[in-house]
Design a protein around this ligand. Structure first.
Ligand SMILES: [Zn+2]
Length: 362
């Protein structure tokens, strides 16, 4: 995580609260019939009745009733498990700090898995019909303005995010994937506007809160809505050149490592590891340098003396720049390395560009 985001409220929270209340009532184990006593007072008639004249259950009411009926058939210990699973899987910040462990769907009693999946699939798919104001129109643009209009994906800073309006909105990444953790599917604290590469190409179903595929070893993770967090305050990025750029290797071979400034900080070390495991940050930064370095040195072909002043003045990193300019940290890392490595500097930026051009090497 490069920078924490400010959490912005939305009506979707109302739906989440209804479900929260429902599971809270279920876990009390006192209800023998499905009725609107399971729902919070302001929402009873809206959710349960299709219309005030027929008194029939609407779609959501029907799905909640299926869960209720299956829940009633469970043993007492399984009822406790289900109640706790909902609570524990929705404390997103506590999960990131390992104070709470989320419960995957396949750990629930099998008798109830189907009705759960149907309920949460419906809630997520039809969320915009259930609330006053869709996520696209009402949340994303508020999210952008409350966050100082970031242009960049907070997880990688290697890609842009859309700017609302005609540009549309970013993907809302389920930080805990909804396939494994349907309980948190409509929890807005688990829905993070994210760049397309991070969300669709890199993260997939990898689970930030567990080290292993079997979801048995929990781990620390960055909480996306820790709005004061800024990576470069607490961690250092190191780059090394494993193979210098040549004609054959197309930009060389690079390695990037991210470590806490305080190397004894085990929690931060683990958070960086889970960030890297899920978003492949170190590999992507190394690749970014390899792909872009020739275009970056282009401006110095005829002005090699200005490299150090460029690094010290124009390329100086600050929080606003990191949030607004794609790949600025990768660029800074590369130039910082280049300014200290005389032979590479000579290779890429010959003193006289008329005698040897960088293309001769790349
Ligand atoms: Zn990204």
């Amino acid at each position: 995580m490069f920078f924490g985001l400010k959490y912005v409220e939305h009506n979707l929270e109302e739906i989440h609260k209804i479900i929260e209340h429902f599971f809270d009532e279920l876990s009390k184990k006192v209800h023998t019939d499905f009725s609107d006593a399971l729902l919070p007072i302001p929402h009873k008639s809206i959710i349960i009745k299709g219309s005030s004249t027929t008194g029939k259950l609407n779609k959501l009411g029907g799905l909640l009733k299926n869960v209720f009926v299956e829940f009633q058939g469970l043993a007492d210990t399984d009822k406790d498990l289900v109640g706790l699973a909902f609570i524990d899987s929705n404390k997103i910040e506590a999960i990131c700090e390992k104070h709470s462990i989320p419960v995957p769907e396949n750990a629930l009693p099998s008798a109830i898995q189907k009705s759960f999946k149907e309920l949460f699939d419906y809630l997520y798919k039809d969320k915009d019909k259930l609330i006053d104001g869709v996520l696209t129109a009402n949340h994303y643009e508020n999210f952008l303005s409350e966050n100082g209009n970031p242009r960049i994906c907070a997880f990688c800073c290697l890609e842009t995010i859309p700017h609302g309006g005609e540009e549309g909105r970013a993907n809302y990444d389920h930080y805990l994937p909804k396939a494994q953790f349907p309980f948190s599917a409509i929890n807005l604290r688990n829905l993070v506007p994210t760049g397309t590469t991070c969300n669709q190409n890199v993260k997939g179903e990898k689970v930030i809160a567990f080290k292993d595929k079997d979801l048995t070893v929990s781990t620390f993770a960055f909480y996306p809505f820790d709005e004061n967090f800024y990576a470069l305050d607490v961690m250092d990025f190191h780059i090394s050149c494993k193979e210098k750029p040549t004609i054959k290797n197309n930009g060389g071979v690079w390695e990037v490592k991210i470590i806490p400034k305080d190397t004894s900080n085990r929690i931060l070390t683990e958070k960086i590891e889970s960030w890297d495991r899920v978003f492949e940050i170190q590999t992507r930064y190394a690749r970014e340098v390899k792909i872009r370095l020739m275009s970056w040195v282009e401006i110095f072909k005829s002005d090699s003396e200005n490299l150090n002043s460029y690094l010290n003045k124009e390329l100086k990193l600050n929080k606003e720049k990191v949030k607004s300019e794609v790949a600025i940290v990768a660029k800074w890392l590369f130039f910082d390395f280049l300014s200290k490595d005389v032979s590479l500097k000579r290779l890429l930026i010959p003193a006289s560009s008329s005698t040897k051009k960088p293309e001769d090497f790349i």
